[in-house]
Ligand binder design. Sequence first.
Ligand code: ZN
Ligand code: FE
Length: 257
Amino acid sequence: MTSLVFRQFICRSDNYGLLLHDDKSGETVAIDAPDADKIARQLDAAGWKLTHIFTTHHHGDHVEGNLALQKRYGCNIIGPRAEAKKIPGLDRDVAGGDRFTWQQREVQVLDCPGHTLGHIAFYMPSEDAVFAGDTLFSLGCGRVFEGTMEQMHHSVNQFAALPPSTRVFCGHEYTQSNARFALAMEPGNATLTQRATEVDRLLAEGRMTCPSTIGAELATNPFLRTGSSEIRRNLGMERATDAEVFAELRERKNAFR
Ligand code: ZN
Ligand code: FE
């Protein structure tokens, strides 16, 4: 089986657009649809036709292009069952624990409540890739809008169980501002300092900071490092549970400037 061709680009101001193309069948998946025109232009430039959209959650910056793209390409939209009514043009709903096949490749659905209640992620073992939407970002995680801190902690932790080599594709290019917060929490983390320097360089060169990998995130992302003694010391939470440290980190990130 040949590997898929990935095409990633920035949409709107900081959303990631992402296309996965299978050369053999000619099928192409968009992970979310932040901007129909931008996605169509990328498809045209590559000479690809859109056959599917995998939707992670109902927010406008992830579904706004659904209907226009569906009208233009007749693509099939697969998205979260718990948000079925809020996903424009949804053809097929899926939920955590579901597995489906796209072009002989297994896609595993992960339930990720927290940012929104029905948020899902898509994991493709054959591509060593997970599409995390607004749950896990590089060096950060999504804001908790609809769920509880406990739910979000559990959702983010699911990613820690994936193989370290797994490539993490996120919904937004937030890595630079996430790095500032992460460094404030764990200034002694040398791997994090290196990553922050790399992020500045990539962006200065007009490049993107994602995909990251699960291994890199485990070493640098404060929301996956609630056991770090440096983070705990900085928060004055040496004896707290991981869930408590996670919630405190999320609150502080909300207020961080
Ligand atoms: Zn969102
Ligand atoms: Fe978003």
